[in-house]
Design a protein. Structure first.
Ligand code: NAD
Length: 266
């Protein structure tokens, strides 16, 4: 454990029972933060997530529940979380289907969890950050906040929404705090393909076309979009989120940072 620059800070990472969120929670924990773990999962999965954040070096790790599809549950979550220095909006879901065949209920659910929840948590967290003169909001959007792909209408709409919403929040709080204190920033991280359970169904579908060869399935999937042909690891997103939390990042604000192997450079 080298640089515990987050000692004394409290971070909430939504959807940190697995995948990118868990990796971000561990990374912030390793830098000394008190981490609030949140998300869905079995009692075992939740206990394991808390334990791994503690083992990473967090000053403390405590789980809070809250279904992000329900604004009332978000109110309760944010009240129980208390004063936050860092808010990472990471929880998200996906459902793929052509636009005309997309169930309306999936549209509503994806917009609620992937977009409206980000509005609600920011609405409740930012005033306190402004009062204390320090705050970091890191919204895990997606490359699909910057460009589109077929069959992902609600996901692409929600993630574009997160990028726009984050810019508004960044502008509204930009002048709060000062350089020594670190100020308030709101940024998006926009990953391409990251190796987590969320994209496993897409990998498996491609692998089926290659006699079940998973590696061939990954090459096939990435070949269309991600020029590096490499998936990002969740902890690599964690490293970027951590850097955004540094005092030195006080003027990196309102950005949507692609981590996409060159996808959006084309
Ligand atoms: P994941 O499925 O591993 O994790 C999602 C997390 O969100 C879990 O902790 C889950 O419990 C939580 N969650 C889902 N619905 C919830 C709800 N209603 N209430 C509370 N929590 C809920 O997925 P991941 O790949 O780690 O994705 C994390 C974020 O990164 C998502 O916003 C996703 O859109 C984004 N992202 C992922 C990729 C990728 O390739 N994996 C790429 C770009 C963006």
């Amino acid at each position: 454990m080298s640089d515990r620059f987050l000692a004394g800070r409290t971070a909430l990472v939504t959807g940190s029972t697995s995948g990118i969120g868990l990796a971000v929670a561990k990374t912030l924990g390793a830098a000394g933060a008190h981490v609030i773990v949140h998300g869905l999962g079995s009692a075992d999965e939740i206990a394991q997530a808390e334990q791994s954040v503690r083992e990473a070096g967090a000053a403390s790790a405590r789980f809070l529940p809250g279904n992000l599809a329900d604004p009332m549950a978000i109110d309760t979550l944010m009240r129980e979380a208390g004063a936050l220095d860092i808010l990472v909006n990471n929880a998200g879901i996906q459902h793929t289907a052509p636009l005309a065949e997309m169930p309306a209920a999936q549209w509503d659910r994806i917009l609620a969890i992937n977009l409206s929840a980000v509005f609600h948590t920011m609405r409740l967290a930012l005033p306190g950050m402004a009062q204390r003169g320090f705050g970091r909001v890191v919204n895990i959007a997606s490359v699909h906040g910057l460009v589109a792909s077929v069959n992902k209408a609600p996901y692409v709409a929600a993630k574009h929404g997160v990028v726009g919403l984050s810019k508004v929040a960044a502008l509204e709080y930009a002048a709060q705090g000062d350089r020594n204190g670190g100020g308030i920033t709101v940024n998006c991280v926009c990953p391409g393909f990251v190796e987590t359970a969320l994209i496993e169904p897409q990998i498996q579908a491609r692998a089926m076309n290659h006699g079940g060869d998973r590696e061939a399935g990954i090459r096939d999937l990435l070949g269309e979009k991600q020029p590096s042909l490499r998936m990002t690891l969740p902890e690599e997103i964690g490293a970027l989120a951590l850097w955004l939390c540094r005092r030195e990042a006080h003027n990196l604000n309102g950005a949507a940072i692609p981590v996409d192997g060159g996808w959006t450079a084309a």
